[in-house]
Design a protein around this ligand. Structure first.
Ligand code: HEC
Length: 511
């Protein structure tokens, strides 16, 4: 089953990458791009450049345009004389006088552009700073380069401007998730304001576009399209739109837009980086604990799910447990379940969990119960006393993970934003999502592309958040934590007792 799901995801990815629209460049523009990015000519001849005040001759491949002006043509913030933005729009369009580094000059033409690149003089006759090399170009090279400079602005990822980097999210303003959305919005606004006050990231201010996904899948798809296609952002951060559960991964892959935030169950998408473990990994942490400490793998075990949408996940878990040596496991919908089982893994929201414990209590039956804290947290005070030390919960983080500075930073944020301890897990996961995204953005430098962002996210390891175990991703790894702490409930109370610390779940494949 697992293999089938993975194969399905792979097919989707292949389809998606074929559909993705790459910028169509003519052969001449492509040759210009190579010259711009790598300093290589389309002919066999080597391109040279004279550098510095002493006119030292070096291969252009040592000083390609992109090394100073950026692959995106937006220049770099660091250094003394700033390489100007190289968009055709700014250089050549319109009649007004323009200025860069204190020089004033009229619009460039193809001929004056060639002169700037080859001789270091602008259309006003001003000498350019000698940091800008003088390139020795054939006519064909110069033609190709001009052709590409006209397309350069289209050849960069959307959402990146000279002064800003635009992120997007989906947060409902009405309905059952509006309260949670407010919490996410507050954490994002607070952190982004802080980053911008510090000067932004590589000289760019972060901008957040927040759209309302509306009441249903249609409206959510529309809002998503706005962020991915109509008015695209660079990346998505922490959206709350469960209506997109089944389509989000495919749409992100088509648009090649990365997302840092909660992933749909079993999404397995290259574009989605989830700071915290999914339901699957959390339930497997519980299973590993139960196997090692309660010796339950021979017990009659049922994976009971309240919501049809989680049937696939329940089946997946059934097979994962079988692969781990559990002998009598079955996935069952809560409605069809006859109450049997000595160990119950529960998938569903809190009210169904209460329904389940009430029914079991009435039947005089107290099997071991395993559930994920984020799903059932609100209902734990209702768990009957008979389940003392027989309910086990997965928590991605526990108070013991909080450092003094992490605790302080979170409580300062709560105070500024009028938040309290409710929805603490959501506050922390949003905080972590933004931290991972901004850490990766810092790593890629000013020359930002989505492709680089994905690679940078993959290269994050041991990220200290002060609020969770260290987070990290990897080439095939899209969850910041691949498992959870195990906590049991002691009655009366309930008192929460951690019984096993976080450890990444190890995948086991049946022979
Ligand atoms: C070593 C860094 C460096 C490299 C490599 C470089 N440039 Fe520049 N470039 C600069 C700097 C710095 C300036 C600004 C000079 C000034 O304003 O006096 C500049 C200015 C320019 C200008 C003038 C822009 C204006 O607004 O007047 C153009 C056009 C330009 N570069 C194109 C290129 C092209 C095309 C290449 C590659 C073939 C290239 N540059 C390679 C650093 C570089």
């Amino acid at each position: 089953m697992n293999a089938v799901l993975r194969a399905g995801a792979l097919v989707l990815m292949l389809v998606a990458s074929c559909q993705a629209v790459a910028l169509d460049l003519t052969p001449s523009e492509l040759a210009g791009k190579r010259l711009y990015r790598e300093g290589l000519s389309s002919s066999d001849a080597q391109v040279s450049a004279r550098v510095g005040a002493a006119d030292m001759l070096v291969p252009a491949s040592v000083v390609p345009c992109a090394s100073c002006h950026g692959a995106d043509g937006l220049g770099r913030a660091e250094g003394g004389v700033r390489p100007p933005v190289l968009s055709w729009q700014r250089l050549a369009m319109g009649q007004q006088l323009r200025q860069a580094n204190g020089r004033y000059y009229p619009a460039y033409t193809e001929a004056t552009l060639a002169r700037a690149i080859q001789e270091g003089r602008d259309p006003g006759g001003n000498q350019l700073d000698p940091v800008m090399p003088r390139f020795v170009l054939s006519m064909a090279d110069q033609r190709n380069l001009n052709a590409y400079l006209k397309r350069l602005a289209d050849d960069r990822d959307p959402g990146v401007e000279e002064q800003t980097l635009r992120l997007g999210t989906l947060l409902p303003t009405q309905g059952p998730l509006a309260g949670s959305a407010k919490v996410v919005a507050a954490v994002l606004a607070d952190r982004i304001a802080h980053i911008n006050q510090q000067g932004g990231i590589h000289g760019r201010q972060l901008e957040l576009v927040s759209l309302d996904p509306g009441p249903d899948q249609d409206s959510a798809e529309k809002a998503l399209g706005q962020l991915l296609v109509q008015d695209p952002v660079f990346a998505l951060i922490a959206p709350l739109a469960p209506a997109l559960e089944s389509t989000l991964a495919t749409r992100l892959e088509q648009a090649k837009v990365p997302l840092v935030g909660a992933a749909p169950a079993l999404a397995d998408s290259v574009q989605i980086f989830d700071p915290l473990p999914g339901l699957r990994e959390q339930l497997l942490s519980l299973a590993d604990y139960a196997q090692a400490n309660l010796a339950l793998e021979q017990a009659v075990t049922r994976i009971v799910y309240a919501d049809e949408a989680q049937a696939g996940l329940a089946r997946n878990l059934e097979h994962a447990l079988q692969d781990r040596g559990w002998s009598d496991v079955g996935a069952q919908s809560l409605n069809a379940w006859n109450g049997e089982g000595q160990a119950i893994f529960f998938l569903g929201q809190g009210d169904s969990f209460t329904q389940l414990t009430a029914a079991l209590k009435q039947a005089g039956h107290t099997p071991y119960l395993f559930a994920v804290s984020s799903q059932v947290a609100g209902q734990l005070p209702q768990v009957p006393d008979a389940w003392s030390r027989r309910v086990f919960l997965a928590y991605p983080f526990v108070p013991g993970d909080w450092t003094a500075s992490g605790r302080e930073a979170l409580s300062a944020l709560r105070q500024r934003q009028g938040l309290d301890g409710r929805q603490g897990a959501l506050q922390v996961s949003t905080w972590c999502a933004l931290q991972l995204l901004t850490d990766a953005l810092k790593r890629i430098g000013r020359d930002a592309s989505r492709e680089k962002l994905v690679l940078a996210l993959e290269s994050l390891h041991d990220v200290q958040t002060g609020l969770t175990p260290p987070l990290g991703f990897g080439p095939g790894r899209r969850q910041g934590l691949a498992g959870a702490h195990v906590v049991t409930l002691e009655m009366p109370g309930p008192v929460f007792r951690p019984v096993a610390a976080y450890r990444p779940v190890v995948e086991v494949n049946s022979p």
